[in-house]
Write a protein that binds this ligand. Structure first.
Ligand code: SF4
Length: 209
């Protein structure tokens, strides 16, 4: 019941759908671009890249320096540009231009870990999956949904304990909640819409307003 209430209340604040894309390839590249980068910058860099190149074959044939110039604002562009080019090449050459729609195959792509793969499954394919990043890991532990040490353990526990109908919303809601309110340092417990469900809020944490 707790998780139902958490999802309901966060869904009222953060209407779902912001991160979905009807194009799995764009979703995959955007998620790679988002690594260690703020959302606004990710959107902007994705927009610039896809306004110039729209398909795996176009990116695979592009010059690395041209990709770098388009995604520069996303940071780590010297690492991300060749990675994006190689991902595009593999998708074009080995998967006939189609992004794989399963975890096992997505994990074979360079720079794609479980979090990125799960984001693609949820946002690019509309599948039920849970993408666990630092926000999801931290907040799940603060809320007592899990008691884990690593994002990998958190992912396993959330799959075990959360009803499937909620899986695809967990990442989007908790990431936005983690950026706005339940921040890593100084969570705004005084403004929290689920403080009554949180065993670690109020006096136990610093930064209460
Ligand atoms: S009460 Fe504080 S720690 Fe708990 S979920 Fe809300 S913001 Fe996070």
């Amino acid at each position: 019941m707790t998780i139902d209430t958490i999802i309901l209340r966060l869904g009222e604040i953060y209407p779902p759908g912001k991160f979905t894309s009807s194009d799995p390839f764009r979703c995959l590249i955007s998620t790679v671009l988002s690594q260690r980068t703020r959302d606004e910058v990710t959107y902007s860099a994705t927009e610039k890249l896809f306004s110039r190149f729209g398909t795996p074959s176009e990116i695979a044939c592009a010059g690395t320096d041209e990709i770098e110039a388009l995604i520069r604002e996303a940071g780590f562009y010297r690492t991300k540009a060749p990675r994006i080019k190689e991902i595009a090449r593999i998708i074009q050459d080995e998967f006939k231009g189609k992004v794989p729609d399963n975890m096992e195959t997505l994990l074979t792509l360079p720079g794609v870990g479980r979090k990125t793969a799960n984001c693609v499954l949820v946002n690019g394919f509309g599948k039920d999956a849970i993408a666990v990043d630092t926000h999801v890991h931290r907040i799940s532990n603060r809320l007592g949904l899990v008691a884990t040490k690593t994002p990998e353990e958190t992912e396993k526990e959330l799959y075990r304990t959360i009803p499937k109908e909620h899986w695809k919303y967990i990442n989007e809601f908790l990431v936005r909640f983690g950026q706005d309110i339940c921040r890593p340092v100084g969570p705004k417990c005084g403004a929290c819409p689920i403080i009554d469900l949180c065993p670690t809020g109020t006096s136990r944490l610093t930064g209460i307003k």
